[in-house]
Design a binder for this molecule. Structure first.
Ligand code: MD6
Ligand code: FE
Length: 216
């Protein structure tokens, strides 16, 4: 893990440690921006964004799709990783090379060598959409980190502790920012506050988040 004082030449920290095992890599996705956005369009054509239903019967305000060998899905029966898109019954689109390159490079920059994600969950937030505090615990292997890439409108990330009632910090995530977390932070509670309206030059009125996981 690089430390807080690893600054670039305009003095903004490029790699900030959020907590042990968790790093914010400012702008880390920007060099691959064009390839990432092109791949995202192709995925959304093959496996359109949809609003899934939670086991409790609520329709999520965030729309989701996936790529890779397995995709995260929820329905009335529960949460799971599924090798197929339940809407089309086809496998999820393959993980694009640009996604893998980005995820592996970000993990390595944060101190996690040889990250091999199977799954990329893609979240789309339109103004007002939010993700309430949760832990990511549907993966089999908590030793691997999660790499999270923010695109489009800025989001406010809530970063809590290992217990639901622990204090929560608010962290702004901008287009191109990457958060990598694992180790002692892997099961921290986190969420996204309702998306503020705005217009992003590349993505318009939305925020998109990619989370890469070793799911299987
Ligand atoms: C989001 N992210 O940023 C939602 N989960 O839109 C997550 O839920 C998340 O960013 C696990 C690890 C990193 C994350
Ligand atoms: Fe999460």
């Amino acid at each position: 893990m690089r430390d807080l004082f690893d600054t670039d030449d305009i003095g903004q920290p490029q790699h900030a440690e959020l907590a042990p095992g968790a790093a914010l890599l400012h702008g880390h996705a920007l060099p691959l921006e064009d390839a990432i956005l092109a791949a995202l369009c192709e995925i959304a054509e093959a496996a359109p964004f949809r609003h899934m239903v939670t086991p409790g019967g609520f329709t999520m305000s965030v729309a989701m799709t996936n790529c890779g060998a397995a995709g995260w899905v929820t329905d009335r029966t529960g949460y799971r990783y599924d090798p197929r898109d339940p809407d089309s019954e086809r496998p999820w689109p393959c993980m694009p090379d640009a996604f893998l390159t980005l995820a592996r490079g970000a993990a390595a920059a944060a101190g996690y060598a040889d990250f091999a994600p199977h799954a990329c969950l893609i979240n789309r937030y339109q103004p007002g959409a939010r993700l309430s505090l949760h832990q990511d615990r549907n993966e089999r292997d908590f030793a691997a980190p999660i790499v999270s890439v923010s695109l489009g409108l800025p989001g406010v990330f809530q970063f809590g502790g290992l217990k639901r009632n622990d204090p929560v910090r608010r962290i702004a995530l901008h287009h191109g920012d990457v958060v990598v977390w694992g180790g002692p932070s892997r099961l921290r509670y986190h969420g996204i506050l309702p998306l503020q309206d705005g217009a992003h030059p590349r993505l318009g009125r939305m925020r998109v988040n990619l989370t890469f996981r070793k799911a299987l």
